[in-house]
Write a new protein. Structure first.
Length: 166
């Protein structure tokens, strides 16, 4: 297995590791170690090693069966073993978006008490948390958006009160 791998293959394996972390099969420190090894991987063997001790749904097969799509063979969530599926970057980007919306929404609240400094993170949380069709983490993104709205509102009140008091 000395065949070289590229960015797409590394991304697929990183997505599998992220799923394993989300589902509780890996601790954060172990995930970070494996992530570093995947990012440094040069060959197929380097990419299969970080997944070797995980359950079958986290296996990565670099070569699909003859006649199959060019996507790596993975077990999709809720799928059967051997079923073709692709873990793409879209899922990872979706997760990053709701996480960022939630974090920025939370950060905007205390910052709003500092002369309205919560306007910027609150506005970004609103943008990242806006509803999108087919989004699996919509509730979490909406919570981030609502916190962002509250942060922007509190910031506005603080800014207006600073000018009215003077």
């Amino acid at each position: 297995m000395n065949e070289r791998v590229g960015t797409a293959q590394r991304g697929t394996v990183l997505d599998l590791l992220s799923r394993a972390l989300e589902e509780g099969y890996l601790e954060l420190a172990e995930y970070e170690e494996r992530m570093v090894s995947v990012q440094a991987a040069r060959t197929v063997a380097d990419l299969t090693r970080p997944l070797a001790d995980l359950p079958a749904q986290f296996r990565w097969y670099p070569h699909p069966p003859a006649g199959a799509a060019a996507a790596p063979l993975v077990r999709p969530p809720g799928g059967r073993p051997g079923q073709l599926g692709q873990v793409g970057t879209e899922r990872g980007e979706e997760r990053d978006t709701w996480v960022a919306a939630l974090i920025l929404g939370i950060v905007s609240l205390p910052l709003s008490l500092c002369l309205g400094a919560g306007v910027l993170p609150g506005a970004v949380a609103i943008l990242l948390g806006r509803p999108r069709r087919g989004r699996s983490h919509q509730v979490r993104a909406t919570i981030g958006m609502v916190l962002g709205v509250v942060g922007v509102a509190l910031s506005s009140v603080m800014i207006v009160s600073a000018f009215v008091v003077d």
